[in-house]
Write a protein that binds this ligand. Structure first.
Ligand code: NAG
Length: 255
């Protein structure tokens, strides 16, 4: 009897789950694993909720833009007519006159962003280069060069050309190389009549630019004329002074 009980008791003992340290550790591991999985799932869920709905590409872009150093860029300056720094006010004509530099840097006349005389238009040459523009309409009437260094007498034809300009004309003049050697009195008078103060001071290879007005007065403030004389001690090009230029905005007349 006792034995039997004892036997059964031993058998029961054997059947019941023994809580050994190894088993306890295993159970804890399993619980921890489940808990960790839940945490991971929940944090993933939270992240998904928190991250705004943006396409992946832009997310990648914004990550990249964070890693890039911020660069401050000024907006590209807008190019102004005749390469002015600032635009001319409304109701004005933009102009820029540039004399030649030495033999190889060509003179240029720009009016309202059109090159009237220049290397690109192929109508620039040694001597005095002249463009005539209708002051009222802004239309170009004529553009021509007159060699003042050698060849035929070009001073007479140049005088005729200047005098043929109708009243209310703008006359733009620039020298290239030399504009004085064969310049005659009549031409000087005609140019003086347009407002020039320097034409009589011109010397061999002087750089000269001039804006003349026929039949009306230009406002006093605008740049009209500049000259730079050849001086072997100071010349930028051997034998020629630096090129010279004027620019500005001519108020339009009543149309
Ligand atoms: C005239 O030319 C010289 C060089 O030839 C230059 O140093 C000087 O600045 C020029 N003058 C003007 C007013 O541009």
């Amino acid at each position: 009897m006792l034995r039997a009980w004892g036997d059964r008791g031993r058998r029961d003992e054997a059947k019941s789950v023994e809580v050994t340290p190894a088993r306890l550790a295993g159970t804890l591991k399993a619980v921890f694993f489940i808990f960790a999985s839940l945490c991971a799932w929940y944090s993933g869920y939270l992240l998904a909720e928190l991250i705004p709905d943006v396409p992946l590409s832009s997310a990648v872009y914004s990550i990249r833009s964070i890693s890039e150093r911020p660069v401050l860029r000024a907006p590209a300056p807008k190019r102004q007519k005749c390469d002015h720094w600032t635009p001319c006010p409304p109701n004005t004509y933009a102009y820029r006159l540039l004399s030649g530099g030495g033999r190889d840097k060509y003179a240029k006349i720009c009016f309202e962003d059109d090159v009237l005389i220049g290397e690109k238009t192929g109508n620039v040459a040694r001597g005095i280069n002249i463009a005539i523009v209708n002051y009222v309409t802004g239309k170009v009437l004529a553009a021509q060069y007159f060699d003042m260094y050698e060849g035929a007498d070009n001073s007479g034809p140049m005088t005729n050309f200047i005098q043929s300009a109708p009243s209310k004309s703008l006359l733009f003049m620039v020298t290239h190389d030399d504009g004085s050697s064969r310049l005659k009195e009549d031409a000087k008078k005609a140019i003086e009549a347009l407002g020039s103060k320097e034409i009589r001071n011109m010397r061999f290879r002087s750089s000269w630019v001039f804006l003349g007005a026929k039949g009306f007065e230009l406002p006093a403030g605008i740049q009209r004329e500049k000259v730079n004389h050849s001086d072997n001690a100071k010349n930028r090009y051997s034998g020629w002074p630096a090129e010279i230029q004027v620019e500005g905005c001519i108020p339009k007349g009543p149309s």
